[in-house]
Design a binder for this molecule. Sequence first.
Ligand code: GLY
Length: 417
Amino acid sequence: MKVLLLGSGGREHALAWKLSEEGHDLICAPGNPGIAELAETRSIPLNDRKALLDLANEMQPELIVIGPEDPLIAGLADMFREHGFSVFGPGQDAARLEGSKAFSKDMMKRAGVPTADYQSFSDPVAAKEFIGAKYASGRQVVVKASGAALGKGAIVCETLAEADEAVDMMLVRMELGEAGRTVVIEDRLIGREFSLLTLVSDEGIFSLPVAQDHKALRDGNEGPNTGGMGTVSPCGISAGLVQETEEMVVKPILASLRELGISYRGVLFSGLLVEAGTPYCLEYNVRFGDPETQSVMLRLGAGLGAALKACADGAPIPEIPVLENTVVTVVLASEGYPGDYEKGRRITVGDLPEGVELFHAGTSLRDGDLVTNGGRVLGVSAVGKSLAEARELAYRGAHLVRFEGAQYRRDLGEMVF
Ligand code: GLY
């Protein structure tokens, strides 16, 4: 099948890896140096709609897969659909689930999805009053930018001072720009977290293997939140709990969207936390997780392309076999990430052992050299028969990838959280 894949991150590299393994004929825009080893790439930015439409008209893909959230939130899927293309990715109205946390929380409430109590604010004084009352009653809060903030817009606050500072950062200093103009303040829940990626068509759903992300920068879940520093799959979540999550979190929100006349054809990412046996929805995203996808793709048998195509066409989704393995993905990030960082540092990669895949996220080529070009630079994903084996292999791989200032967590899969 001829597939046009849009995006340039580790998630898209993992999708490209799987789709090309299945023998699909792939073009990617804009892609990255890793994807360029698997597919033809065209350096078209994802906000250049005319050039993207010209590319689609030229190549006549049977399927267009839109990777990142920003173009989905901006309505790129709608544009391609209006021109008759088969598109994997929700339209702009459904993408509000990720584009506006305030909308998303309101939809959860409407659908009866278990989620933390919350309130939305644009006024810092009112927000701080609300927060003050929470800490006075012994609760902690999470302050979330309502808009999409590259996975960095949620701040877990142990103290009142931290929560006040998060409000100042978003609502007063506007450090997250438009994304932080409104904040959602919700009760902090304590429990085990996991990510569920569910393929969605008009004719059903199919959940991929669950993964656990490690969002904090440093070992022991210390340091600032990031887009994700590594994932492990599987992660101790039972099949029963996944099914319960589909019933309590996935299906109700899709039904509520349908009530509003909104159909969903793409992947729904549910960010979850289990408290007292109940799966609470922390957030929905409208695209594959990054770096969840890097681990999840290595756990699938053949059939991803057919499943994505079925979703895009609103048809029943054929099952994808899940492999009996364990995958650990270690993210190597630039020095300074998630704050400011330098680009252009030279990357060297040694001979990676069998069972290890290297997924490019923020890399580029300069005079033939691979150099850093983003905060999260590369993901090293390793397959093992057990968690111990996958971890050992992933860290052996990570050690063979070098660039000045590279930082990565050493404790993936060690903690239960
Ligand atoms: N890894 C979290 C996310 O993709 O949002």
